[in-house]
Ligand binder design. Structure first.
Ligand code: ADP
Ligand code: MG
Length: 340
């Protein structure tokens, strides 16, 4: 085939760069929810409200009672690669916040209508910045930040076509909040849809939060996991084999507080079940892995859902043993209890 005539190399316009980058971070309303709740947590919020319209496609509002953003920094908050969370490579390597790439707000504002209202601690009043117009106006807000996102993908119809029904998008948004809620029992979460309260998780103990989010049945049919080896700590709950399901929809793994999908860890867990779980049955579990930050790289994927361990084999093995122990303890306890 004849080659197309060559076109000269050009730098892409900023707006298009942001839209391309947004493709990696913002897939659907639930991705926006994830990023905004991450930001609220990084701001030290103790209460987070998520308000959705039409499964989040029409509107997503995330409100927090965190530190807030000074008015003069609001425009920067929406700029690509602008962040308050890291300053250097050293800080990246020991990053403790959920965010650090300075991409989310810029990405979201390039594929949706967005405004940010915030009152920085100590400021006389709040300010609201409209992303499109750049207008900064006084706003009423007692504290914290409220980010409002409307009409996701309004300017990118090709992306919008990939969205599912409102009910499906809502389910994904709820799952996104659930993932945060499991990791942060110290924070209260509420989710509203079309003006109706759909979830409320009050701040409390870790046990209470697991029961609230995953249900009493999961608590009854799971056993505590705990293992500590030097810089690696593994804890959580592993579902008993009889609690296994046909779908892998109750499997939560966190590394240093961040929800991840990691093949290595999933495999380690799976192998702990190999003698007790057969066929395609899927175990239920919530595992929190705490590891020294210099032993894990979280900057592998734009959404940070993947991580890379310095010593993957060790993590795999420790996870496997930790879960095996939890399951074995439960079996020996059952054998030991008289005529149970
Ligand atoms: P990142 O989280 O990677 O820094 P974002 O684009 O998500 O990038 O946010 C940019 C900056 O805006 C953050 O670094 C933070 O300073 C500020 N920010 C965003 N959301 C909030 C919030 N809810 N509360 C306080 N500050 C926020
Ligand atoms: Mg962020």
């Amino acid at each position: 085939a004849p080659a197309a005539p060559r076109r000269a190399i050009r730098e892409l316009p900023d707006e298009l760069i942001s839209q391309i980058a947004a493709g990696e971070v913002v897939e659907r309303p639930a991705s926006v929810v994830r990023e905004l709740v991450d930001n609220a947590l990084d701001a030290g919020a103790s209460q987070i409200q998520v308000k959705l319209m039409a499964g989040g496609v029409r509107a997503i509002v995330v409100e927090d009672d965190g530190l807030g953003i000074p008015a003069e920094e609001l425009p920067l908050a929406l700029k690509r690669h602008a962040t308050s969370k890291i300053r250097s490579l050293e800080e990246l390597e020991s990053v403790a916040t959920m965010g650090f790439r300075g991409e989310a707000l810029a990405a979201i504002s390039s594929v949706a209508e967005m405004s940010v209202a915030s009152r920085f601690a100590g400021a006389a009043h709040a300010h609201r910045l409209d992303a499109r117009s750049g207008e900064l106006v006084p706003a009423a807000r007692s504290r914290g930040t409220s980010v409002e996102v409307r009409e996701l993908f309004f300017s990118t119809p090709a992306r919008r076509k990939f969205l599912k029904t409102d009910a499906t998008e809502l389910a994904h948004c709820l799952e996104s909040v659930r993932r945060h809620a499991l990791a942060r029992p110290d924070v209260g979460f509420t989710v509203w849809h079309e003006g109706k309260l759909v979830e409320q998780w009050r701040a409390g103990s870790s046990e209470a939060r697991l029961a609230d989010v995953l249900g009493d049945e999961f608590m009854a049919e799971s056993r505590p996991v705990y293992a500590e080896n030097g810089p690696l700590r593994i804890y959580g709950r592993a579902g008993l084999p009889e609690a296994a399901r046909s779908r892998a929809d109750m499997q939560y793994v966190y590394v240093n507080g961040r929800y991840v999908r990691d093949k290595l860890i999933a495999h380690g867990i799976r192998s702990a079940y190999e003698d007790v779980l057969h066929g395609h049955r899927q175990p239920c579990y919530v595992l929190f892995i705490e590891i020294a930050p210099d032993r894990v790289d979280v900057n592998v994927h734009p959404t940070k859902i993947e991580v890379r361990f310095r010593d993957g084999r060790e993590v795999h093995q420790r996870v496997r043993y930790a879960v095996q122990d939890a399951l074995a303890t439960s079996r020996s306890a059952e054998v030991a209890s008289p005529a149970a």
